[in-house]
Design a protein around this ligand. Sequence first.
Ligand SMILES: NC(=O)c1ccc[n+]([C@@H]2O[C@H](COP(=O)([O-])OP(=O)(O)OC[C@H]3O[C@@H](n4cnc5c(N)ncnc54)[C@H](OP(=O)(O)O)[C@@H]3O)[C@@H](O)[C@H]2O)c1
Length: 280
Amino acid sequence: MTANDFLVLGGTGKTGKRVVSQLRAAGHTARAASRSGDTRFDWHDESTWEAAIDGVRAVYMVDLVDEAVEWDPAVSVRTFCKRAQAAGVRRVVLLQARTDQDAGGKSLVGSEGEVQESGLEWTILRPTWFTQNFDEGILLDGVREGLIRIPAGQGLEPFIDCEDVAAVAVAALVEDKHVGEIYEMTGPTPITFGDAAEILSRVLGREVRYEPVTAEEYVAAQVAQGLPEDYAGMLADLIGQIRDGRNAHLSDGVQRALGREPMDFETYARAAAATGVWNV
Ligand SMILES: NC(=O)c1ccc[n+]([C@@H]2O[C@H](COP(=O)([O-])OP(=O)(O)OC[C@H]3O[C@@H](n4cnc5c(N)ncnc54)[C@H](OP(=O)(O)O)[C@@H]3O)[C@@H](O)[C@H]2O)c1
């Protein structure tokens, strides 16, 4: 692939913004697309799609499966891929998750078939839980407050850094050898939330505790904070996949795609702490 105009959906999110900055740092042009991005793109407003895909050769795709909204890939992803192909897009790199279990009654890998059958060149990324959930996602408040209360028990999770997810995405957007690959990927070491809290305590120089709660307690707390009950239930299901040990194994997608080891949790924690995001 020689043309260098890339469309990055979810371009303001945890992975997408890193895909944009890594593409630009490598000398490519990239459009950061979302409802609030430089390039306006709304999955629920097809009138925003045409301008976003015009002149683009490859797309990084983040779907809405883990947002608190209606989401049907057989409608949205299928239609988007048809439009993209007609507009001259050749390749799509799809972000999904490393799971074969539904959460909240939804498949978390439901967009895969649509992309695989689209006629576009495709690569699928299936990462495990992001380290960035601790500073940009659902665990941020807990780290700031010094108490993480989730229903993960003593389950092990090999958290992956979004910088690594983005690096694999960029390789797949730019290089031909990743076409048709499904990259399951994790960080280097499975750790419990207790281990993560210990590392965060050491890095921050103040105590961060982990307190396992039941799924019911977690859902009630999230609903009390304003989350819709079905969305809170989906999060509880996802966390339950850590608790039951299903996520503990390692996957080698980063190594296969990039020929290097993924970053570890402590390296992530030191970099995030240096931004001041957890200062209280
Ligand atoms: N968190 C994890 O640990 C984890 C692990 C594995 C896989 N995943 C997968 O990662 C994906 C989420 O990716 P992410 O974490 O990089 O994103 P994210 O940080 O959750 O951000 C969501 C992105 O989607 C955009 N967005 C939201 N609603 C939109 C709409 N209606 N139309 C267009 N864009 C919209 C947001 O920007 P605007 O608000 O500006 O529109 C933002 O850029 C999900 O598919 C999830 O299953 C997550």
